[in-house]
Design a protein around this ligand. Structure first.
Ligand code: NAG
Ligand code: NAG
Ligand code: NAG
Ligand code: NAG
Ligand code: NAG
Ligand code: NAG
Ligand code: NAG
Ligand code: NAG
Ligand code: NAG
Ligand code: NAG
Ligand code: NAG
Ligand code: NAG
Length: 672
């Protein structure tokens, strides 16, 4: 979620920027606030020329009124706006000669190197913008002596070092301060407690440590983001600054996500400004319950509390935040059921509740009137019951629909075909059953489809050939049967897992089937052919581990000794030790489990005759369907019971065998 969140934040910040009409341009601006665009650039450049008295390379000699400034030597204009996008390379120290300069905006250029200390001569500077460049090293400390500075933004560079602890004494007029996405270390300057004019404080994505200074005097604060640092101690008390923000009546964005803050969110948090639009505390060490008072933030658009240790239920009150667009509560320990009041959040675009202990069934009423939803993630909870048909009516969902690792039952309804814009569908590892609906083929935008670990049966619907964008398809660990459809060869699959089903017939050989690391067909006993590389290697790992899989469609092989043993002495000297019988050996012994060797069909499977080549021992091989959970149990019981018993007609158990067959099935064998 981290990466996506960063993207989201950047977008939101720039939107906020626009609405506050702080405007980025890629030139130096003089103090002509009403002049915009080209004219301002031209004047700026001419002013620079006027200030430059030493120009040995005569760079500025072509800078005259007759030639368009985009054609001046050393000036390049971007094609779209014909605005100058000056000067890449180092910042010329001579710019420090522009002693009357008040606004210096070098945002979004390709400047590299360091900020020259000659800029400390610009005593009239109010705006110092060097954001989005490739500047590095330490900001000269004399810059912090420019006491006129109101707006200081150096975000998205590679600046190092620490911030001066007396920052706000140095910048007594400071309103905007952004050092985001650099490599600053040390503490947030304590003196910002005194920066009473501060509107915007942003130091996200640095390496800052320690505690957040007292914020109670910052009545004008609108934006406070310390996201992605190493602030806090992981203990109670870290969040005292949050309550100090109660005085900031215009607070719009509060983001202290991805830090090391501990403790609980105080109940009185509900007294923070109701202007709050973004509240993000994700990826910390917060615990306790989610304060019901969050329901007061009627203007909230993003609530991100994921990756903490919050417990208790999701407060019903969250349903009051009717404008909420994104709700992230994933990776906590929230329990009880999903409140149906979430259905009131009709503007939600992302609802992410995965990896909690949420339980009960999804109540269909209300919840599914989401017309703008792009992504829904309820995976890794304890949800049960059937998936309401309405979920599959969420036709706006385009990014992901994840319901995997729950206890959902029932079948997949035809309505799944409504998800025409959906990219990722994951309903794996539930208790779903029935046939795959043919409408699956209508989910034409699907790129990833995960249905593994359910009880689906029947064939792969032929309509799935319409899934032309699909890259990952996992149908493993179901009870699907029939031929592997040829059309799978023609899809642009990068990952195909058909293992542990009941597919039969020939394995296709082209397309994704050519690539052994992209395709798995193991655990389908009746498949034949295919590229040799698709068969698992015949190593005998876990040979005697006797792990019993209580779920899954693996097979148990019972190996019964029938005839006279040639190597009786050898066998008896084995004592209680075990004899290794690989699947390959058994395959050879039974001539590939050929029907000619089929002795009979029992309650739980079929018995084949075979000859162990090395020992010339005639054996019977019983193939038991592991779907019957009792089989595995009785296999174990038999093994335990017979292990040390000697009987005239039953040779002592000589060997147990656990192996992987060419279909990848686990099999286990007993030799009496
Ligand atoms: C302006 O500069 C260009 C290029 O150096 C030159 O050709 C032109 O004569 C100059 N015009 C004046 C008025 O100086
Ligand atoms: C302009 O700046 C450069 C470099 O900082 C310096 O060497 C030069 O003396 C300055 N010129 C004036 C007139 O101040
Ligand atoms: C800042 O200015 C004060 C006085 O104006 C001066 O004493 C001090 O040396 C300056 N600090 C830096 C780092 O330039
Ligand atoms: C801030 O501290 C630095 C270093 O301690 C000092 O040089 C500077 O003069 C101080 N500025 C103010 C305004 O106190
Ligand atoms: C805030 O300003 C007052 C008065 O100038 C000063 O005494 C105090 O030390 C400052 N606090 C911080 C944290 O810099
Ligand atoms: C919120 O503020 C009001 C007064 O503005 C106060 O009475 C109330 O106790 C505060 N609530 C909390 C939970 O601190
Ligand atoms: C949800 O909406 C319904 C109907 O508009 C309303 O009765 C209910 O109080 C709302 N619930 C919450 C928690 O806001
Ligand atoms: C669903 O889970 C709830 C809570 O864990 C439980 O009370 C209920 O019996 C379950 N329902 C079904 C159908 O399993
Ligand atoms: C295919 O699915 C099986 C069972 O779900 C799993 O064990 C195996 O790792 C998967 N294969 C690959 C290549 O991921
Ligand atoms: C799996 O499919 C086979 C037939 O293909 C059927 O006999 C068996 O009952 C199915 N098992 C489950 C658990 O659905
Ligand atoms: C085979 O599949 C793997 C895993 O998807 C992929 O990394 C590799 O590039 C594929 N090889 C070929 C030859 O397509
Ligand atoms: C499988 O085992 C046999 C006998 O140990 C060996 O000859 C053969 O090369 C092995 N095959 C593979 C694919 O490793």
């Amino acid at each position: 979620m981290g990466g996506a969140l960063v993207m989201k934040l950047v977008l939101i910040y720039s939107l906020v920027l626009n609405s506050m009409s702080i405007f980025y341009c890629s030139s130096m601006q003089l103090n002509h606030p009403r002049l915009e665009g080209n004219e301002m650039d031209r004047l700026a450049l001419l002013a620079i020329k006027a200030q430059i008295q030493h120009d040995p390379n005569r760079v500025t000699s072509s800078w005259n009124e007759t030639l368009h400034f985009c054609l001046w030597h050393g000036v390049t204009c971007s094609r779209r706006h014909r605005r100058s996008t000056i000067l890449t390379g180092e910042i010329p120290p001579s710019l420090g000669n522009l002693s009357s300069l008040e606004r210096f905006d070098a945002t979004q250029n390709n400047f590299e190197g360091s900020i020259p200390s000659s800029l400390c001569q610009l005593k009239k500077l109010t705006v110092f913008y060097f954001g989005i460049n490739r500047l590095s090293s330490i900001i000269p400390s004399c810059i912090y002596n420019l006491s006129s500075i109101v707006e200081f933004k150096v975000s998205q560079n590679q600046f190092q070092g620490s911030l001066p602890s007396n920052l706000s004494n140095a910048f007594p007029n400071l309103q905007f301060f952004s050092v985001a996405e650099n490599q600053f270390i040390g503490a947030i300057p304590w003196s910002i407690s005194n920066a009473t004019n501060l509107v915007w404080f942003q130091c996200s994505s640095n390496k800052l440590t320690g505690q957040v200074p007292n914020l109670q005097n910052l009545h004008n604060l609108m934006i406070f983001s310390v996201y992605d640092n190493n602030l806090g101690s992981g203990k109670h008390g870290d969040l005292s600054f949050v309550l100090e923000l109660i005085n900031a009546k215009q607070l719009t964005l509060l983001d202290f996500g991805r830090n090391n803050f501990g403790g609980t969110l105080p109940k009185s948090i509900s007294n923070l400004s109701t202007n709050l639009q973004l509240f993000m505390v994700d990826e910390n060490q917060l615990h306790g319950s989610i304060p019901t008072g969050l329901g007061n933030f009627v203007n909230l658009q993003v609530l991100a509390m994921e990756r903490n240790s919050f417990t208790g239920n999701i407060p019903t009150n969250i349903g009051k935040v009717s404008g909420l667009g994104e709700l992230f509560l994933n990776n906590n320990q929230l329990s009880r059921s999903i409140p149906s009041s979430l259905g009131n959040l009709t503007l939600l675009t992302l609802l992410v509740l995965d990896e909690n202990n949420l339980e009960g069934s999804i109540i269909p009423s209300g919840l599914w009137n989401y017309r703008y939803l792009l992504g829904l993630d309820l995976s890794r909870n304890n949800l049960n019951g059937t998936i309401p048909t309405q979920v599959f009516g969420l036709s706006s969902v385009s990014r992901y629909l994840r319901l995997d690792r729950n206890y959902f039952t029932g079948s997949l309804p035809m309505e799944i075909g409504n998800l025409k814009n959906l990219g990722i569908l994951d309903i794996s590892n539930n208790l779903l059953s029935g046939q795959l609906p043919s409408s699956l083929g209508s989910c034409e935008s699907l790129e990833e489809l995960y249905l593994q670990g359910n009880f689906f049966l029947g064939p792969i619907p032929s309509s799935m050939k319409e899934l032309r964008g699909i890259r990952d398809l996992d149908l493993s660990r179901n009870n699907l049967s029939g031929d592997i459809p040829q059309f799978l060869e023609n899809l642009n699959l990068e990952y195909l897992n058909l293992s542990f089903n009941q597919f039969w017939g020939a394995v296709p050989t082209s397309g994704v089937f050519k690539n052994a690391s992209a395709t798995t067909v193991a655990g389908n006993a009746k498949l034949c052919g295919g590229m040799a590389s698709l068969r698992p290697p015949n190593e005998t790992d876990d040979l005697f581990s006797l792990r019993v899989h209580s779920f899954g469609t693996g097979y148990v092989l019972s190996l019964l000794l029938l005839g006279k043993k040639r190597k009786e002495t050898n066998l008896s000297t084995l004592g209680n030790s075990v004899l290794q019988v690989s699947y390959a050996t058994l395959l050879k012994a039974t001539e590939g489990f050929s029907s000619a060797n089929l002795i009979g069909v029992g309650a739980f499977g079929s018995v084949y005759k075979g000859i162990l080549a090395d020992d010339r021992v005639v054996v019977a091989v019983k193939v038991l369907n592991m779907l019957h959970r009792g089989v595995a149990k009785s296999f174990m019981a038999k093994y335990e019971a017979f292990r040390n018993i000697r009987h005239r007609n039953l040779v002592k158990i000589l060997t147990t065998c656990s192996n992987i067959d060419f279909g990848g099935n686990d099999f286990k064998a007993l030799v009496y």
